[in-house]
Design a protein around this ligand. Structure first.
Ligand code: PEP
Length: 250
């Protein structure tokens, strides 16, 4: 089974709407690669101008978060219906920064995954261990727990369409990229876990990204691993380097 690579940028809380349009104009010619799905996950206020700026290109626009209710008294939140209406195709769910600063849990991640799928949004479901967890040798157990809860009540057909981003917390924004062996080991374990929850066909179909200080120099080796189907990229997605990451195979 050959899986199309997916490389997504996570802009985090960077870029005003006018800066977003300028960045897309700059990156547009650099991120052309037919063999890769290219996604820019942008702050909520940038979504509408970003969708407009990316029209006619291979760039899909994603959101960095969403709420798990349809509508109502949830001041400050964005619903899946709003994202779809604005032209969003992907949504990052459960990024470690959301878990750390905004009290997201495996349970809220699961609710958001179910709601995103109900609206035909592709969730990019984040998981990852802390440095303490890695040092204590409980990385795989921790990740398996995160995956099992994130996929509660998700059907096999739905699971096949999702994307999982394995992002060791100690590698995010630190410049400390996981070794290729560490990244492949965990992505392989995630695929095996999906195989246990569902079946081999689902495990073979699901796309698993690595994220954590990915750069133009580390991308080719990481993305060549059998269980790594692309990357979720923070810092480097705001620079022309993102073009080189997307074209890791050229
Ligand atoms: C991220 O934000 O998901 C991320 C991986 O950031 P960085 O590439 O900057 O480590």
């Amino acid at each position: 089974m050959s899986r199309k690579k997916i490389i997504a940028g996570n802009w985090k809380m960077n870029m005003t709407p006018s800066e977003a349009v300028k960045l897309i104009e700059t990156l547009k010619p650099l991120v052309k690669n037919e063999e890769v799905d290219v996604v820019f996950c942008v702050p909520a206020i940038d979504i509408i101008p970003a969708v407009e700026a990316a029209k006619g290109t291979n760039i899909c626009i994603g959101a960095e978060n969403m709420y798990f209710e349809e509508k109502g008294a949830y001041t400050g939140e964005i619903s899946p219906g709003m994202l779809v209406d604005a032209g969003v195709k992907y949504v990052i769910i459960g990024h470690s920064e959301r878990r750390e600063y905004f009290a997201e849990t495996d349970e809220t991640v699961n609710k958001k995954v179910l709601k995103a799928l109900e609206h035909n949004l592709t969730p990019i479901i984040c998981c990852g261990e802390s440095l303490t967890q890695r040092e204590q040798g409980i990385t795989i157990d921790w990740i398996r727990q995160q995956i099992k809860i994130a996929f509660l009540n998700v059907t096999a057909d739905q699971a096949k369409t999702t994307v999982i981003a394995y992002e060791p917390i100690w590698a995010i924004g630190t410049g400390k990229v996981a070794t290729t062996e560490q990244a492949q080991e965990v992505c392989g374990a995630i695929r095996a876990c999906i195989g246990e929850i569902y079946d081999q066909a689902t495990a073979a179909a699901i796309r698993i990204q690595y994220g954590g200080s990915v750069s133009a120099s580390s991308a080719p080796e990481l993305f060549a691993q059998p269980d790594i189907d692309g990357g979720l990229v923070g810092g480097a997605s705001l620079k022309p380097d993102f073009g080189a990451i997307v074209n890791y195979n050229k």
